[in-house]
Design a protein around this ligand. Structure first.
Ligand code: SAM
Length: 345
């Protein structure tokens, strides 16, 4: 296979590191490796199979990711769709684990999954070089959970996946829950207990207008402030300092220091000023923001036979034009052309 060179970084000077025109250094790449998903979460999908975008070959993802890495990317998060559905995932990880950053370090390799297939895959993923996983889980009550995913017996499956991931050492293990008012916000307190009992970091996410249907409204978003108040009523919280400047979550621990809660508040406390991310879709388009109105066809450049140097130059120029921020909730806000499952969350 034509894997990207593990030493691709050697040709690049630090001055070539990816920066946007707002002074942000971009070191985090999210790569969707499929937009197929085995769940039909009601706040994300319509319930119909719908259109799907093409997937690149594993060697094509490797070439593109290698070029990003040679420009300063240090973290790669694989996502989808559901990335565990993608054939060739372990091979992709094994090759990514051989790459080195501009500073000569191994990449920080993470993956976001719904956890449905994680029970059987956690140990092989770890052995292939994955460092950690984030599991999406929107309820700690089995019935509510399965009403959301629209897949019977999915709850037990995901809990088994979470436990297998912890056992395999895919840690720190984060469990992400998107909150929707009147729908699963009665799970907040249960999740606080779950974080302590299962030894995972539970992160609540404010619902963003990225769904296939038209469900989003400001009223349905459960804001950070309310989440903190509600958890604190049952188990007092104390803030923790951020691990790094570009961290998306506000971190809290409980009074006794056991367990951690994070809150990702893109709607009420946007963190665009510290954004360090760009995305690559499963069909090889760069998205410089979740809410971009335009996509940049990187794969088209491969198909046209461009050289690595030409593609690198295109990446640098594209990232330079990254949007300053999103405009959720402002007059004239436009939803992006793709929903979350097709962009890669
Ligand atoms: N299938 C994988 C999973 O379930 O984690 C990866 C893809 S999924 C689209 C990534 C994350 O996006 C999930 O945690 C999901 O809950 C979240 N998500 C989907 N739609 C969202 C929305 N409108 N607002 C906020 N988060 C959303």
């Amino acid at each position: 296979m034509a894997a990207a060179s593990p030493t691709a970084s050697s040709a690049v000077t630090p001055a070539a590191r990816l920066r946007d025109s707002h002074g942000r250094v971009i070191h985090d790449l999210r790569v969707s490796i499929t937009d197929r998903c085995n769940y039909r979460c009601v706040y994300c999908r319509t319930g119909e199979i719908g259109a799907q975008y093409p997937e690149l070959g594993i060697d094509e993802y490797l070439r593109l990711i290698g070029l990003f890495v040679s420009l300063g990317i240090e973290k790669v998060r694989l996502t989808g769709g559901e990335p565990l559905l993608r054939r060739g995932l372990l091979e992709l990880l094994r090759e990514l684990a051989k790459m080195r950053t501009v500073a000569g370090e191994p990449l920080d390799l993470a993956l976001t999954t719904n956890g449905h297939l994680l029970d059987g895959l956690a140990a092989p993923l770890k052995a292939a070089g994955l460092n950690r996983v984030t599991v999406s889980m929107d309820a700690v009550d089995a019935e509510t959970f399965e009403r959301i995913t629209r897949v019977p017996r999915s709850f037990q499956q995901v809990v088994a996946g979470i436990r297998a991931a912890r056992q395999a050492g895919l840690t720190p293990l984060k469990v992400n829950c998107v909150l929707l008012r009147g729908f699963n916000d009665n799970e907040i307190e249960g999740f606080a207990r779950f974080a302590r009992e299962e030894g995972v970091v539970v992160r609540f996410i404010e619902f963003m207008p990225l769904e296939e249907d038209r469900l989003w409204s400001p009223e349905i978003v459960v804001p950070l402030k309310e989440i903190v108040e509600r958890v604190s009523r049952v188990m007092p919280l104390r803030p923790l300092p951020p691990n790094e400047a570009s961290e998306t979550a506000r971190r809290y621990t409980f009074e006794d220091g056991v367990g951690e809660i994070g809150i990702i508040a893109p709607v009420t406390q946007a963190f665009c000023g510290a954004c360090s991310r760009v995305r690559l879709t499963s069909d090889g388009k760069i998205r410089t923001c979740l809410f971009s109105q335009v996509e940049h066809d990187l794969y088209g450049r491969i198909r046209a036979g461009e050289s690595d140097a030409e593609i690198r130059d295109y990446i640098v120029r594209t990232v330079h034009g990254k949007e300053a921020r999103h405009h959720i909730g402002e007059p004239g806000f436009l939803k992006p052309s793709r929903s979350m499952v097709h962009i890669g969350g």
